[in-house]
Design a protein around this ligand. Structure first.
Ligand SMILES: CC(C)(COP(=O)(O)OP(=O)(O)OC[C@H]1O[C@@H](n2cnc3c(N)ncnc32)[C@H](O)[C@@H]1OP(=O)(O)O)[C@@H](O)C(=O)NCCC(=O)NCCS
Length: 236
């Protein structure tokens, strides 16, 4: 664990300059700042020769052998079109797309295999309307947005792909979702679609996010758990 070696964390003069510049830090003690960020990280991932420490919208890169802080950046999330190799990660993002109100125990991961949920990813990539984008940070997929034309909660007609989106929890609220959506709208337009729909639980804060992106309410209905759902459409 990186936190077990917190005393060994150090950096070079170049590292201090890079980190201060990239994060607009005013502190004189960059190493203490890094140690504190590492100790309180949202997520720490070992990839190849480095640790990547995610905290408060920043990612800190630490060499795993020497414990040198190499650099730090603001989390940006590089958005690109989904390819066949990304389909496997849809299971994770389908699970992350399930709305869990505050204070409610998260459902078991197997919930995604329930028929009315799994339909959002089952055999993805083979049907017209199967389109998607992903966001990456340091080679890790941190978010995905995709559409399908399926008889699911947000179905309108066979010319309106229905959207699903989620980010890993540590990467929410940083503007990545907005960029995923805008890129996906472009992909849909390039494929000749005129509108896209979605279904969202009324009390999910994502409803504000969708409204800001131009979605409009079509109807309200009850879902299978008797929760209230909004059916929304965005004209492209
Ligand atoms: C909804 C979601 C994709 C938005 O992406 P994001 O990168 O967090 O969004 P942005 O930073 O671009 O925009 C911020 C908006 O996202 C929404 N949002 C932020 N954190 C959120 C969270 N934890 N859960 C749900 N929505 C959230 C809010 O509407 C926020 O706007 P606000 O601050 O005015 O309330 C992302 O937060 C997420 O994965 N949420 C959980 C899964 C989910 O609810 N998916 C939709 C199912 S219909």
């Amino acid at each position: 664990m990186l936190t077990d070696n917190i005393d060994k964390i150090h950096t070079t003069d170049m590292g201090v300059m890079r980190i201060k510049r990239n994060l607009c830090l005013t502190t004189g003690d960059v190493v203490s700042w890094c140690k504190n960020a590492i100790a309180n990280a949202d997520l720490t991932v070992r990839q190849g020769k480095n640790w990547y420490v995610y905290t408060d919208g920043f990612v800190i890169t630490v060499n795993a052998r020497s414990f040198t802080v190499i650099t730090a950046h603001k989390i940006k999330g590089n958005v690109r079109v989904m390819t066949d190799n990304d389909y496997e990660c849809l299971k994770e993002f389908l699970y992350q797309a399930i709305f869990i109100p505050k204070g409610i125990e998260p459902p078991k991961r197997e919930i995604i295999f329930e028929k009315e949920i799994y339909i959002y990813i089952d055999g993805f990539g083979k049907q017209a309307g199967d389109l998607g984008v992903v966001a990456e940070q340091n080679g890790q997929t941190v978010g995905a947005a995709w559409t399908r034309i399926i008889p699911a909660y947000g179905h309108i007609d066979d010319r309106t792909p229905e959207l699903a989106i989620s980010l890993l929890p540590e990467f929410r609220g940083l503007g990545i979702g907005t960029r995923l959506m805008k890129r996906l709208f472009d992909v849909l337009k390039e494929n000749g679609y005129k509108q896209t729909s979605l279904s969202v639980q009324k009390n999910n804060p994502a409803t504000r996010f969708y409204e800001r992106l131009g979605y409009e309410l079509v109807t309200e209905s009850l879902d299978r758990a008797n929760g209230e759902d909004y059916l929304m459409i965005k004209k492209l």
